[in-house]
Every structure is written in structure tokens, then in C-alpha cells.
Design a protein around this ligand. Structure first.
Ligand SMILES: CC(C)(COP(=O)(O)OP(=O)(O)OC[C@H]1O[C@@H](n2cnc3c(N)ncnc32)[C@H](O)[C@@H]1OP(=O)(O)O)[C@@H](O)C(=O)NCCC(=O)NCCS
Length: 168
């Protein structure tokens, strides 16, 4: 299995994978909307025998802390084909994606996801708690990719319209 940047030719497979992993079209359609709106920062796929078995998407997420603009991304969605779940594919996608973004100077990543999954990569609900957003609670988590990336008292994240989330 290899992790690589998604190519245009793989997009249909990625769409089908998201449908299969979530058992519905919502997340696959979200990926298409985020692409259409030019928000994609990094899209990685896990490939086995030329088949896309995993996908992770990072998109630009307008974020400010104490009035300072933060170079931040939203991690969403991510999906691993049901036949491949629990084999470490998702973890590899997260780690590779975060490493690449950190190298590019990205300062922070934000996720709304399973509280039992993302903390192993360093995501913290406590760190996200100071960021005003439509979300609250343990599923809303943040990770600094650069030292002090989210340093400050209070901030906010503004999810682009493609997410279909009402403003806070
Ligand atoms: C969540 C998902 C991306 C994880 O990918 P994966 O390749 O199966 O994950 P890994 O093999 O790296 O890690 C497995 C761990 O994920 C955990 N996990 C998987 N699905 C989970 C869920 N719905 N809630 C909480 N934890 C979950 C497993 O319990 C396992 O934990 P353990 O290591 O403590 O046993 C994948 O299971 C998936 O596509 N699920 C359906 C779609 C989805 O929910 N996407 C995430 C949206 S936030």
C-alpha cells in the first residue's frame, strides 16, 4: 500500500470510496463541493493494486486567534474502505498528511470527529475549546502543527459555505 497525492484521474474512485465508507453520499458530495470551491489544500489517497482504498482531505479553514490570522486547515472528511478498516490505513493517512502540512508551514489543523480516534495524533478538544465555532464538546479538536500555532486567549474558525454549516 502506498500513500500519495490524489490525481485528477483518481477522483471518481475517491468519490465511490467515500460513499462506501460512510454508507451514504453526503461526505462524497462534500468532497466535490470543497473541490469546486477551490478550498483543497491537500488530498491524499492510500492505493493498493491501483485501487483507492483510503482518502483524507485537508481544506483551508479561516482561523483567527487574538486577531492574528492562523494558517489552518480542516481535516474532513477521511475514509477507509470497509474491507481495509482497522488495518492502520487511516492512521498512515493522518500522519502523512499532517507531516506534509507542517513542512509547508501550516500552523494548525482542526477536526470534528471521533473523540476516541483523533487524540492519538495529538488532537485536543481542550485546545479547540477557545475557538468559537458552530461546534463544541469533545468531538471538536485542534492540533498545533507549528509551535504556538494557536497561541492566544480566544479565537474563531469560520467554516466555508461548502460545509453547509450555519455560522456560529
Ligand atoms: C474512521 C476511519 C477513517 C479510521 O480508519 P482506519 O484505517 O480504520 O483506522 P486505523 O486502522 O488507523 O485505526 C483503527 C482505530 O480507529 C478506530 N475507529 C474506527 N472507526 C471508529 C469510529 N467510528 N469511532 C471511533 N473510533 C473508530 C478503531 O476503533 C481503532 O482503534 P484502536 O486502534 O484503538 O483499536 C475508518 O474506520 C472509516 O472510514 N470509517 C467510516 C467513515 C468515518 O467514520 N470517517 C471518519 C469521519 S471523522
Amino acid at each position: 500500500m502506498r500513500i500519495e497525492e490524489e490525481t485528477h484521474a483518481q477522483r471518481a474512485q475517491t468519490h465511490a470510496l467515500n460513499r462506501a465508507a460512510f454508507g451514504r453520499a453526503d461526505e462524497a458530495d462534500l468532497v466535490d463541493r470543497l473541490r469546486a470551491d477551490g478550498l483543497v489544500r491537500l488530498s491524499l489517497v492510500a492505493v493498493e493494486d491501483d485501487e483507492v482504498v483510503g482518502h483524507i482531505l485537508f481544506t483551508r479553514l479561516p482561523t483567527r486567534v487574538d486577531g492574528r490570522e492562523v494558517d489552518a486547515v480542516a481535516l474532513a472528511p477521511m475514509a477507509v474502505h470497509p474491507h481495509w478498516q482497522g488495518a492502520g490505513v487511516g492512521s498512515e493517512l493522518v500522519r502523512e498528511g499532517l507531516a506534509r502540512l507542517a513542512c509547508e508551514g501550516c500552523e494548525a489543523a482542526i477536526v470534528l470527529g471521533h473523540p476516541g480516534y483523533y487524540p492519538r495524533f495529538g488532537f485536543s478538544a481542550a485546545l479547540a475549546a477557545k475557538l468559537a465555532s458552530p461546534f463544541a464538546g469533545e468531538a471538536f479538536m485542534a492540533l498545533e502543527l507549528a509551535a504556538g500555532g494557536l497561541r492566544g486567549e480566544a479565537g474563531e474558525v469560520r467554516y466555508p459555505a461548502a460545509f453547509g454549516i450555519d455560522a456560529a
